[in-house]
Every structure is written in structure tokens, then in C-alpha cells.
Design a protein around this ligand. Structure first.
Ligand SMILES: C[S@@+](CC[C@H](N)C(=O)[O-])C[C@H]1O[C@@H](n2cnc3c(N)ncnc32)[C@H](O)[C@@H]1O
Length: 277
């Protein structure tokens, strides 16, 4: 859960698929500048950071072994300013960076200095679309990835997973990170107050922010760990690993509810490594 827009009020209540998508498009358009200002340096312009713990694909190699990305067609979902895609392009992959929010993709253009590319980072397409309906033909990609993009925000994550499976070729790999489901039972605070269980882990009621007029301006959806596994398997993937990155000594940053204090005690991120047969 990220910063609240002006005078927004947080509640737990149901929120449908269309309502969630509409609110999040608006929220990410409005908050993209602040998000990139606050987190851009940590993310790096051409790094592939999976999570606030700082796990980097350069070291983790969850998508493909070193050297195996050259020529691979990779779809990045909820790409934001496309930092991960930029790293993929520099490895010789052929990424496509997709995001719902126009303003996030404008930051991709800003960082990349337009669409021209460079000797170090070849050009790649940016696509403004909703992950719930991917505008690509079946079997278009070898790999797909998402670092906290789309999945935490949609009411029907299995729909997104089915779409990802459709656009992947047989044998394709799909790796995505989300907030660790355990975090939902605790307040989203980086200090000691964020270490007490205050609500039920089993309560799937969405987290919603409303503005002064009662309009929905932000939504996040909770899935338990078991729900996420069932979504993955139900969409036709094989789950080959579930990575819970530990907080490294070097990382002293606080990012929303993520902090060294909490990171040493409880997981903050879950990364699902899936394959399509
Ligand atoms: C937390 S940001 C992550 C961005 C990037 N991966 C990063 O690590 O900085 C979440 C991104 O998901 C995008 N997003 C939210 N819902 C989406 C949807 N339904 N389809 C595509 N993108 C979506 C948002 O616009 C936002 O850019």
C-alpha cells in the first residue's frame, strides 16, 4: 500500500474489477511523478529490481540463466517506467513494457530519452494497456515478468494469469512479485507498530481509498498464499518456486511499510516462478 492522495480515506470494502481498474489507472497517472521521484534512484534506470528488499535479477536469475536472455521475447506487465525492460534490453532480450498508466510510460520515455534506444540499451516498445486484456496474439512471448505490476491491484488475478498464459509460448516462464500475503494482517507501517497482527489474514476484503466525494481513488486486493497458488495453477501454470527474499544488510531504505526492522523479522515480498507446459 502506497501513499494516499490528498484527503483520501482508507476503508476495507468490496471493489469490483472495472472499479479497481479505473481507480488504479487514475491513481498511477496522478502519482507516477511522486513514485519515480521517491523510488527512481533505488530502482535504477536500467536495473531489474524485484522488490523493496532489493533482490536484483542480475543476481537472482529467476527468469533465465545468465546469457540465456539474448533474443528472447519478454513481456513486462505493470512495467511503470520500464526500468526492468531496459535491463532486459541491455542483456539482448526483446522486451515489451506494458502499463495501464500513461504517466508511468511517459517516465519510461524520459529515462530512455525517447524511443530511439542507444548502443547500451536498444529500443523496445511501450504499450499502454490493461493486463486484464493483453493486446497480443497467442504465443507471442518466450518469457513474462512483473515486479509488483498489476497483480496486487486487480480484483480477478486469475484473469490476468490466464491472459499471460495465452500470450506465452509452450515452455515459457512467468515470474511475478507481489506483497507477501502475510503483510495484510499487520498495519502497513515500517516501525514497531507494523509488527502487531491487527486484522485477519483470512479477510479478503479489498483495501480501498476514497476521496472527499466518496469516489474510489485506489484499490488493492488481498489474496492469501493458498489463493495465489490456486490462481497460478488454475490458470494452467506449474509453480516451480516461491521466493521470499530476505532483507539484506546493505539495504537501509524504508519504502512504505518495508523497512530493515520489519524485513529482518517477517517476509515482505512473495515472488512466484511459474512455467507454462
Ligand atoms: C508498484 S508499480 C510497479 C512498477 C514497476 N514494476 C516498478 O517496480 O517500479 C505498479 C504498476 O502497475 C501498473 N498497473 C496497475 N494495474 C494495472 C493493470 N490492470 N494493468 C497494467 N498495469 C497495471 C501501475 O500503473 C503501476 O505502474
Amino acid at each position: 500500500m502506497d501513499e494516499i492522495t490528498d484527503e483520501a480515506e482508507a476503508v476495507r470494502r468490496p471493489a469490483g474489477d472495472a472499479e479497481s481498474s479505473r481507480a488504479n489507472r487514475m491513481w498511477w497517472d496522478r502519482n507516477a511523478d511522486e513514485y519515480q521521484k521517491d523510488h527512481g534512484e533505488f530502482l535504477g534506470d536500467a536495473r531489474f529490481v524485484w522488490c523493496p528488499e532489493g533482490l536484483d535479477e542480475e543476481e537472482a536469475r529467476l527468469l533465465a540463466p545468465a546469457g540465456a536472455l539474448a533474443g528472447a521475447a519478454v513481456l513486462e506487465i505493470g512495467a511503470g517506467a520500464a526500468q526492468c525492460s531496459r535491463w532486459l534490453a541491455a542483456q539482448g532480450a526483446r522486451p515489451v513494457a506494458l502499463d495501464l498508466a500513461h504517466r508511468q510510460l511517459q517516465h519510461a520515455l524520459r529515462i530512455g530519452d525517447g524511443l530511439g534506444g542507444s548502443a547500451e540499451v536498444p529500443a523496445f516498445p511501450l504499450v499502454e494497456a490493461d493486463a486484464r486484456a493483453l493486446p497480443f496474439a497467442d504465443g507471442s512471448f518466450d518469457l513474462a515478468c512483473s515486479a509488483f505490476g498489476a497483480l496486487p491491484f486487480v480484483a480477478d488475478p486469475e484473469r490476468v494469469l490466464r491472459e499471460v498464459r495465452r500470450v506465452l509460448r509452450p515452455g515459457g516462464r512467468w515470474v511475478f512479485s507481489v506483497t507477501h500475503p502475510l503483510r495484510w494482517a499487520l498495519p502497513d507501517e515500517p516501525g514497531r507498530e507494523g509488527l502487531a497482527v491487527l486484522s485477519s489474514y483470512f479477510d479478503r476484503t479489498p483495501y480501498v481509498e476514497e476521496d472527499a466525494q466518496g469516489r474510489t481513488v485506489y484499490v488493492e486486493h488481498h489474496r492469501t498464499l493458498g489463493d495465489r497458488v490456486r490462481d497460478v495453477v488454475g490458470a494452467g501454470f506449474r509453480l516451480v518456486d516461491l521466493v521470499e527474499p530476505e532483507w539484506p544488510e546493505w539495504n537501509q531504505q524504508v519504502w512504505g511499510g518495508w523497512s530493515p526492522l520489519r524485513g529482518r523479522l517477517i517476509p515482505g515480498t512473495a515472488i512466484f516462478v511459474c512455467e507454462r507446459d
